[in-house]
Each structure stands twice: as structure tokens, then as C-alpha cells.
Design a protein around this ligand. Structure first.
Ligand code: HGY
Ligand code: MN
Ligand code: MN
Ligand code: MN
Length: 401
């Protein structure tokens, strides 16, 4: 069994319910802490020097932290009902690649670090890649401190509970200056490598993508006692948004729009909701296309809201413009690997956040199902092994001189 498969099995035991897809791991919560403790002990067992940065990202150093470091890693948090590979495969492959290099007697000429970014999925506080955005200084830290999870706990309270000082959250130029380059290995979320019949590939771009929360305001009332003519039911404009998302995205080449979460309040089966919160995830090849699609979708919902005597508030929770990875680094690494296909992805990543701050590349490992953010997400053991071998070669190349 490859190092990655063995470690994935171990992490699955720690986050067993994560593998069953029954439970999501969120940043800074007790469940996430179990996985982070597991990582810290695995890293310490390898003699890596582990520390947590001001934004809750975990760093395991091979060599003294310093400028020009070669950094690899990914995330351990997940989405509700997520799979076992999205995030952990990048983290365990980094540890397994260190094992591989050590076994060959490799000694890095520059520091190497394995990083675990916090709250990559944004499953708790609603902002994806929160740990890497705060590190890179691309997310307003006052706004970040006030972010609330579904239970109303603020990010400031959550990080304080982990022993961090929320006053220290924010841009970390010193940590950023140490990163000479960042390479994230990730299970592919799609079937590009299946179609190319290749076990490993390199990323060339990420769709522009964002997350909007819309709240439809109506009038709570009795499901039985309220005639249809007397209603201001916010569920109707909410439903129109869901259908408009599919219709509009279908008219923009390469666009996708999804409503994965819709929460009526108060949520009784015999109660006309007073408000409905809807989260829209929209993505497209370009910023213009994405913004245009969202404007169209929201306009449809506004029309329905007006017709139904409701109002709507729209809140942009996060937005990442189209990411184009450093083609020089990508082609250099393809050469190191003796040729590896480059392919786009519709999934966001911490590498996408860092890409315009430091030289960044992504390695993808084939996913036979192409499915992600669901238990069917998969990578075969021999492809995991190919991913570790590729990452080890890349790290040796980047840290060898
Ligand atoms: O949503 C995404 O694209 C990523 O999985 N955070
Ligand atoms: Mn994900
Ligand atoms: Mn991921
Ligand atoms: Mn009653």
C-alpha cells in the first residue's frame, strides 16, 4: 500500500465519520481539531517542526523556517457529506512524499514545509479558503472576525477557543515571505484525467467563482388558515432563484450555478416562512461571465419577490476571480515528471488564493468516479502512489538546489 493510502486509512480512522460522508469537518471546531492533532503527531513523528500560525494554519517544517521554502499541503476540513480525499489526499501525500525523499537519503537545500490550511471549504463560516485568504491578506480581517457560524459563534470566539488570539488574525507577510513556491496535490474533482487516461496531471486554471447569500423576507403565517391571496411567501422567490440559477448558467458557456443550501425560517411544515436564506454558488470561465450570470439570476428572484410582496437582501460572501497558474512553473514541473497533462478545474483551492502572491502549482490525482463533495469521491491506491511519487520528484527538484 502506498504511503498515501496507508495514511489515508489512518486519517479515516481519526475522521471515520468524515469518510462515511456523514459528517462534515469545519474549521476551528472540535472535530477538525482531532484531524489537526493527528497531523501534528504524524509530522512530529517525522521530526518536522510543527507550529500554528496566527490564522490557524498548521505548518510542519523540514529544516529551519526561512525564505525560499518549498511548501506543499492542502486542507483537512470538509463539506457536509463530503468524500475522504478532497483535502486529506494532499496532506497525506505531502507526508508520504517526505517519507519517500527521506528514504532515498535526500537532504533539501532549502526549507520544506507541509501546510494544512484552515477552513478551506468555508463550511462553518461561509468563506472558502479563509485560512489562506487571511494569510495572503486578501480578506478583510475585521469582517472575518465578525463572521458567524450557523450557531452564531463568531470566528473571533472560535479561534480564541483554540488558543489563538483573534486580535492577531490577518495578513502574515512574514509567513508569506518564507514561501518560495507552493505545490498543492489534490484529488481531481472531475473526469479530466480519466478521459486522458493519466494518473497525474497539473492544473492550468480555476474558474472564477463566488458565493452569495440571499435573504427573502415575507410574512410568517399559518399554512392552513391563510388564503393564497393573503400571502407574502418568501419561498416562492427563493424557488425562482433555484430555477433561474440553472436556466441562466445554462445560457453562459462553461458557467455553473448551484443552490446547495436553502433555509426557511422558522422551518415548520405547517408554517409559511417569514424569511428564507438561500446560498448561491456561481462559477464561470471569466469574471464578467460570472458577475453577469449572478446579476441575471438575482434579477429574476427580485421580480418574483416583488410580485409576491416580498423583499430580498443580497450579500456577497466571497469571490475569487479566474485563476491562471504560473505556466512557466507548470511546464517546468511537467518536464520534471516526464510529461503530465495540464487541465482546468472548476473547484477552488488554497493554491488558487496563493497563486497571485507566490509561484504556485497544483498536481491532480485521477478520480475514477470524477465525483467530489460526496462519498463517491475516490482515488485508486496505485494512483495515490503515482501522486506521491510525482510530488516527491517535484519537491526534490524544487528543494534540491
Ligand atoms: O468549493 C470549492 O470549489 C472547493 O471545494 N472549496
Ligand atoms: Mn472541496
Ligand atoms: Mn479541496
Ligand atoms: Mn396550530
Amino acid at each position: 500500500m502506498s504511503g498515501a493510502t496507508t495514511l489515508l486509512g489512518a486519517i479515516a480512522d481519526v475522521g471515520a465519520d468524515r469518510v462515511r460522508g456523514g459528517y462534515s469537518r469545519h474549521g476551528f471546531d472540535h472535530a477538525d481539531a482531532e484531524l489537526r492533532e493527528w497531523f501534528s503527531s504524524e509530522a512530529a513523528a517525522r521530526g518536522l517542526d510543527v507550529h500554528t500560525d496566527r490564522n490557524g494554519n498548521l505548518w510542519a517544517w523540514w529544516g529551519t523556517p526561512g525564505p525560499g521554502a518549498v511548501v506543499t499541503g492542502s486542507h483537512l476540513d470538509s463539506v457536509p457529506g463530503g468524500g475522504a480525499f478532497d483535502g486529506p489526499l494532499g496532506v497525506v501525500s505531502a507526508l508520504a512524499a517526505v517519507d519517500t525523499l527521506r528514504a532515498t537519503g535526500f537532504r533539501p537545500a532549502r526549507p520544506v514545509a507541509v501546510v494544512v490550511f484552515a477552513e478551506e471549504e468555508g463550511g462553518r463560516f461561509g468563506v472558502p479558503c479563509l485560512g489562506s485568504r487571511l494569510l495572503a491578506g486578501t480578506f478583510d480581517v475585521d469582517r472575518a472576525r465578525r463572521l458567524r457560524d450557523p450557531d452564531g459563534v463568531t470566528l473571533a470566539e472560535a479561534v480564541r477557543a483554540t488558543g489563538l488570539d483573534p486580535a492577531h488574525l490577518g495578513p502574515d507577510p512574514e509567513a508569506l515571505s518564507r514561501i518560495g513556491c507552493f505545490v498543492e496535490l489534490h484529488v481531481e474533482q472531475g473526469r479530466g484525467l480519466v478521459n486522458l487516461d493519466a494518473p497525474v496531471g497539473l492544473a492550468d486554471s480555476i474558474l472564477a467563482h463566488g458565493r452569495w447569500r440571499l435573504t427573502f423576507h415575507g410574512e410568517g403565517n399559518h399554512a392552513g388558515a391563510t388564503p393564497l391571496t393573503d400571502r407574502r411567501d418568501p419561498m416562492l422567490p427563493a424557488a425562482s432563484l433555484v430555477l433561474a440559477a440553472r436556466r441562466v448558467a445554462g445560457s453562459v458557456p462553461g458557467a455553473r450555478a448551484t443552490v446547495g443550501r436553502l433555509v426557511p425560517n422558522p422551518g415548520g411544515t405547517n408554517v409559511i416562512p417569514s424569511t428564507v436564506d438561500v446560498w448561491l454558488d456561481a462559477r464561470a470561465p471569466g469574471d464578467g461571465d460570472t458577475r453577469h450570470a449572478v446579476d441575471e439570476i438575482v434579477a429574476t428572484a427580485r421580480e418574483t419577490a416583488e410580485r409576491e410582496g416580498c423583499t430580498v437582501t443580497v450579500h456577497e460572501e466571497s469571490y475569487t476571480g479566474t485563476v491562471t497558474f504560473d505556466s512557466r512553473l507548470r511546464d517546468e514541473l511537467a518536464g520534471v515528471l516526464g510529461g503530465a497533462p495540464a487541465l482546468p478545474t472548476g473547484a477552488g483551492h488554497d493554491a488558487g488564493v496563493l497563486a497571485d502572491r507566490v509561484p504556485t502549482a497544483m498536481l491532480f490525482v485521477r478520480n475514477p468516479t470524477g465525483v467530489s463533495h460526496a462519498p463517491a469521491e475516490h482515488a485508486d491506491a496505485d494512483d495515490c502512489e503515482a501522486g506521491v511519487a510525482a510530488l516527491a520528484r517535484v519537491l526534490a527538484h524544487l528543494a534540491g538546489t
